[in-house]
Write a protein that binds this ligand. Structure first.
Ligand code: NAP
Length: 242
């Protein structure tokens, strides 16, 4: 029976496990960054593999026949490692990436650093920063007041002078996002182009209040990789490789 690794940490990875288990022998992998993660059905391993070499050894030792990378679109390191090792080992490899949001009237920036520079240039003073724990560092020297939303607390060393931390995990509702933007008198929203429905309410809420949005573009995928946008397509691909 084909044995498939699903690189996860996303709702799509959990839905894929649900679609395949127990009909297909899958094992889901989580990075282990957040406490009490939502677990997929079926077997799960937790923690990094130990870079490219560790991943290569693990895939070989576990007799994995195919890999579905269903990590978050901004988990670029894991995606690059999986692409490299699967190519080396000639393993069938698929990226399941939820479709990006249409930026609409948002200002698209290439990186967290560019987002921080834009905040400074535009003189925004009360910013809702929703790029997660790793997105805070670029704002360490910011003069703006930042409402920082993340699942786990950012390192104290990278916190800007004036901020408030909001520890929470999606999904988020439109009314709640509207209330946050109003209550904190936010004048700019910074977000990644994560895509999907779980965190998009903030875009609609910011739009309704005419609050400018800075949207960090996705990192590019490694070239030559088969990519699908829907869980069912990924499930079909796995079955076809069974
Ligand atoms: P990353 O920067 O691409 O990966 C950093 C390292 O974390 C990898 O080199 C790998 O360690 C380990 N890792 C990442 N994903 C893993 C997985 N699914 N299973 C085992 N090890 C994994 O990743 P990240 O952006 O920190 O994201 C970490 C996890 O959180 C991912 O699973 C992702 O799907 C999820 N997530 C990320 C975001 C985001 O905005 N980045 C948002 C929601 C969920 P080794 O080199 O030791 O193998």
């Amino acid at each position: 029976m084909t044995r498939v690794l699903v690189l996860g940490g996303t709702a799509e990875a959990r839905a894929l496990a649900e679609a395949l288990h127990p009909r297909i022998d899958i094992i889901s992998s989580l990075a282990g960054r957040v406490p009490g993660p939502a677990l997929p059905v079926g077997p799960v391993r937790i923690g990094g593999f130990g870079g490219v070499d560790g991943l290569r050894q693990w895939l070989t030792a576990e007799n994995i026949d195919a890999v579905v990378d269903a990590t978050h679109p901004f988990a670029a390191t894991m995606t690059a490692h999986a692409a490299k090792v699967c190519a080396e080992l000639r393993l069938p490899h698929l990226v399941l990436a939820r479709p990006p949001w249409d930026p609409g009237e948002a200002t698209v920036v290439a990186s967290d650093t560019e987002a921080a520079e834009t905040v400074k240039q535009q003189g925004y003073s009360r910013v809702f920063l929703t790029t997660g724990r790793s997105g805070v560092k670029a704002f360490a020297d910011s003069d703006a007041w930042l409402l920082i939303r993340a699942v786990t607390a950012p390192d104290a060393a990278v916190l800007p002078r004036r901020h408030q931390i909001l520890l929470s995990r999606g999904p988020y509702r439109y009314d709640d996002e509207l209330a946050i933007l109003r209550e904190h008198r936010i004048d700019a929203l910074v977000t990644k182009n994560s895509g999907g429905d779980m965190t998009r309410a903030k875009l609609n809420a910011a739009g309704a209040l005419h609050i400018p949005i800075l949207m960090v573009a996705r990192p590019p995928l490694p070239s030559g990789i088969t990519t699908v946008g829907a869980v069912q397509e990924a499930a079909d691909w796995v079955v076809a490789h069974g």
